[in-house]
Design a protein around this ligand. Structure first.
Ligand SMILES: Cc1cc2nc3c(=O)[nH]c(=O)nc-3n(C[C@H](O)[C@H](O)[C@H](O)COP(=O)(O)O)c2cc1C
Length: 209
């Protein structure tokens, strides 16, 4: 099957570090792999409304929800490109993930079955030097992938040993990350690696097999 990568850009500014790092990683994808880049700032989603216990969600048509839903369903690989905001994903990315809850319950969409076995990737850049402060973001993506039956892989490239299959870049003002040589080196192979299965922390080896 042709790989189709959807890059979901979650920064609240244009041409930021996170997108720059993701573009370095995407340059390594082979010819024939499709790439689609969608900015949540340019295609903002409305606040998510939880209708789970009131009524069915209706399949969106003709708006940014429909655009993101169709793009997500069409992707074999979803790359969450989010700066580290308050130690987790940006509000735009969080809202996008909240909409997954609605799409899981939208008649005729079969969202969970469609996404199962597809790969969730993460690219993030943080200003903080110590990598471990990104744990909440890493946990959000890992656990979301585990819930969906997807494969997770986040990006961590600030030297040192990758923790739990996750890597990220370092920078504050736009362009900083392009001086993070460890992150750039990691980006060169990131999207071509074989990702491990997502597991919840309480999953055993046997349960995951
Ligand atoms: C609202 C906001 C929250 C942030 N929170 C954190 C944080 O918790 N930890 C951190 O290291 N950097 C934090 N930063 C810094 C950004 O992660 C950093 O500037 C990053 O390079 C921004 O990525 P971008 O250029 O792709 O937008 C924050 C920045 C903003 C605007």
């Amino acid at each position: 099957m042709t790989r189709r990568f959807l890059f979901v850009l979650g920064s609240s500014r244009r041409d930021g570090n996170t997108e720059a790092l993701a573009r370095v990683a995407a340059e390594q994808l082979p010819d024939g792999v499709e790439q689609r880049w969608l900015s949540l700032a340019e295609h903002p989603l409305p606040d998510f409304e939880d209708l789970r216990h009131d009524s069915d969600h209706v399949r969106p048509e003709g708006d940014n929800r429909a655009l993101l839903l169709h793009a997500t369903l069409a992707a074999t690989d979803i790359v969450i490109v989010s700066p580290l905001y308050w130690y987790s994903v940006s509000a735009g990315v969080k809202r996008y993930l909240d909409h997954w809850s609605g799409w899981l319950r939208t008649p005729g969409v079969d969202f969970k079955k469609t996404l199962a076995g597809r790969t969730l990737w993460g690219v993030t850049v943080q200003a903080h030097q110590e990598e471990e402060v990104a744990e909440p973001l890493i946990g959000t993506l890992n656990h979301s992938a585990a819930y969906m039956g997807m494969l997770p892989h986040c990006l961590k490239g600030v030297g040192g040993t990758p923790i739990g299959g996750v890597l990220l870049g370092n920078g504050s003002k736009p362009g900083d990350v392009l001086r993070d040589s460890a992150a750039l080196a990691r980006a060169k192979t990131f999207l071509t690696e074989e990702p491990p299965f997502a597991r919840f922390p309480y999953d055993t080896e046997e349960a995951a097999a």
